[in-house]
Design a protein around this ligand. Sequence first.
Ligand code: CDP
Length: 246
Amino acid sequence: MGGGEKPQLIINGKRLDGRMPDELRPIKIEVGTIRNAVGSSYIEWGNNKIIAAVYGPKEALPKHVQDPERAIIKCRYTMAPFSSLEEHGRSGPNRRSTEISKVTKEVFENVIMLEKYPGAEIDIFVEVLQGDGGTRAAGITAASVALAASGIPMTDMPYGVSFGKVGDQVILDLNKIEDNYSDADMPIAISPRTGDILLLQMDGTLTPEDVDLGMHMVRKAGEYITKLQREALKQSYEKISEKYKK
Ligand code: CDP
């Protein structure tokens, strides 16, 4: 939500970028962007450009953070200093990035089979190269693919997407300007296999009916996002098998 003169965000039923209320921005996912990582991905989600990279499992350090029963996850979400017009200063952690790192970590604590790697750590990096609203959801979607590519066992491959409200209209997948001037927004992450909600945050006010409608949009969009995630992984395996055929 933001201040200033509020622009009209929906004109004749369409949003400023031409989308319908329940329409996602275009999404493209690529696997294997960072060679050094155990698993990695790159996502373009509207004007968001985000890299996710996974390292580990490896011995958790320092030793006192180790859990003898299961692996721990370390997650670092950051926005590159050049990622938006807003002032990011030095690209160290700040309050917002610390929060997003925490909620992202909690999403994956629910699906990674941590008990398989006692004493280990798994590192998840989410680096926003260009940000345009909804980066935590897009980052979770990308990190999910990077984790799957790393071969770390998971019970499911979550996706993230947000919805919100402009005036009395519930809309899916807010971009930056919509996010700035919306009356509410609610980022969500879901485990598609079980339907469990793994992330739910809210800024602003929504009625129970708005949440019902928004969740319906999210789950419908989720089917498509899940398909894109799987296709990206499949393509990367096809590329590898092509290489070994030659
Ligand atoms: O990105 P997301 O919607 O998950 O998080 P937000 O805190 O609601 O931020 C919305 C958008 O504002 C981001 O996606 C960025 O484009 C922008 N933003 C920024 O550029 N710098 C910040 N320090 C905070 C937000």
